[in-house]
Design a protein around this ligand. Structure first.
Ligand code: V55
Ligand code: FE
Length: 492
């Protein structure tokens, strides 16, 4: 037996770990699932298998990958813990063995040298393979039908980097994949690995870039022509880690930098553009327009996770930690500085687009935000963020077009756009989104018309259990799945 989870917000109420590998066949559907929706919505998030050894932070939970499979108006649900090396070691011991977020000094000596990666951040599809990703380790490959864990993926032994981002970017025009790994040599060494994978899944080149200082680099910007590495002052410290402290702290004595290099180059042309200290987790889209690069993203004044504390002991200021929709612009013919334009003054996160229009000028942007006139349930209460609505923005002007409040005592998770057809115009399709129903202790998957969010769901697939608080996901069409497995198996 294991002892109960501690009675703290991270592990109680809606966030009490479910810990189930479960299948629910044929979810109850309210309304009608559009017949064009054939494929699978995959999501990945953290959930502790066992009560933590110390004060567990939720982003240190074990990876859980789940899927909603859409077939001719039906939706089937499946969820599995990812069988990481760490998960298996803890399962064998029937308790936690890893002591803290990215801090190996706190581990039980029994697991010295065991891969610490949790595969808990993103479900990602490229070249016929599904991955569960965590930025501190290499990708974990997952079976797209059974969700069984296939093992670590290193491009046939070609990958040098020990880490791989949870935010890879696919160029929808070429099918190429662009990835980075910060702390690529392991530990907290500052080097950033960068690699390109061709449309067939083969690693074509990899090299390292050295930033002005070591920092967490959660998401990079990729345009048709450039790669941009954001370096912002959330910094690691090995001595602090040895004392049992957090790997990362916020240090606003340092500036931010955007490192720009040509996408098809070798990194020798990298140029660092400076800006004030600020923090950014997620990019909506980025593109190169002649001599300018634009990056639309959610930017906060300070680190938004409260558990990455201020290096000078300053108290966490929630209002400054709120991400706001912002455009960073770089003039490639100008000085070594970047500029910012704020589009929206509400707390927002999880920006997404119609992925077919990534890396180029675009119109439709979707994100979660907090409507202050409504009650905000603490979706990601643990990160200090509480969203209650989804919005569609017109990014040609940076203005909010429409929004939908998800309901009382409810919280939305990252939206996923699905096009009506492969050649539908930008924004013609649906938004799939899990909405957690706090009062009922369960979740819904809502289907929204992406051009009419305000009317509310066209269909709801009802879950009888709490969907775990996931981070990121992807849509894989039935045709892509079929091509990847060759034979139709279904999940019966
Ligand atoms: C994030 C999430 C992580 C992580 C680092 O959303 C950053 C940001 C789920 O794990 O390890
Ligand atoms: Fe993320």
């Amino acid at each position: 037996m294991t002892h109960p989870f501690p009675d703290v917000p991270t592990f109680s109420g809606f966030d009490w770990p479910v810990r189930a590998d479960a299948d629910i066949y044929d979810l109850e559907i309210v309304g009608e699932i559009p017949r064009e929706l054939n494929g699978t919505f995959y999501r990945c998030g953290p959930e502790h298998q066992y009560p933590p050894m110390r004060d567990g932070v939720f982003i240190d939970g074990d990876g859980v990958i789940s899927m909603f499979r859409f077939e001719d108006g039906h939706v089937d649900f499946r969820t599995r813990f990812v069988r990481t090396e760490r998960f298996l070691a803890e399962r064998k011991a029937r308790r936690s063995l890893f002591g803290g977020y990215r801090n190996p000094y706190l581990d039980d000596p029994a697991v010295a040298g065991v891969e610490r990666g949790t595969a808990n951040t993103t479900a990602f599809w490229h070249a016929g393979r599904l991955f569960a990703l965590k930025e501190d380790s290499r990708p974990m490959e997952i079976d797209p039908d059974t969700l069984a864990t296939r093992g670590r993926w290193d491009y046939g032994g070609k990958l040098h980097s020990k880490t791989a981002t949870a935010h890879p970017e696919i160029d929808p025009r070429t099918g190429e994949l662009f990835m980075h790994g910060f702390f690529s040599r392991g530990g907290i060494a500052p080097e950033i690995a960068y690699w390109v994978v061709d449309q067939d899944g083969g690693l074509v080149r990899e090299f390292e870039v050295t930033p002005p200082y070591a920092s967490m680099i959660h998401d990079i910007a990729v345009t048709g022509e450039h790669i941009v590495f954001p370096v912002m002052p959330t910094t690691p410290d090995d001595r602090r880690m040895r004392r049992g402290g957090p790997i990362f702290q916020w240090d606003d004595s340092l500036p931010s930098y955007l490192g720009v290099m040509r996408r098809d180059g070798d990194g020798s042309d990298i140029r660092w553009f400076k800006g004030p200290p600020q923090w950014m987790y997620h990019i909506m889209n980025a593109w190169t327009d002649g001599g300018h690069i634009h990056i639309d993203c959610c930017v906060s004044e300070i680190q938004s996770f409260p558990f990455f504390t201020d290096i000078n002991g300053k108290l966490y200021e929630p209002t400054r930690a709120r991400p706001k929709l912002t455009r960073w612009s770089i003039d490639l013919n100008g000085p070594d500085e970047f500029t910012s334009t704020r589009f929206f003054d509400r707390q927002c996160e999880y920006p997404r687009v119609d992925d077919r229009f990534q890396m180029a000028p675009y119109r439709h942007g979707y994100l979660l935000f907090t409507d202050p006139d409504r009650r905000a349930e603490a979706t990601t209460r643990r990160s200090g963020q509480a969203f209650n609505s989804i919005a569609r923005f017109d990014m040609t002007s940076g203005t909010l077009v429409e929004s939908w409040f998800v309901g009382e005592a409810s919280a939305p998770m990252e939206p996923q756009f699905v096009p009506r057809s492969d050649d539908a115009p930008e924004g013609s399709g649906w938004i799939l989104m899990v909405v957690n129903r706090y009062a009922e202790g369960r979740s819904d998957l809502v289907v929204l018309d992406a051009q009419n969010l305000a009317q509310g769901p066209v269909a709801i697939a009802k879950l009888s259990l709490r969907a775990r608080a996931a981070f990121h996901g992807c849509w894989v069409s039935a045709a892509q799945l079929q091509a990847a497995r060759g034979v139709d198996q279904g999940m019966r």
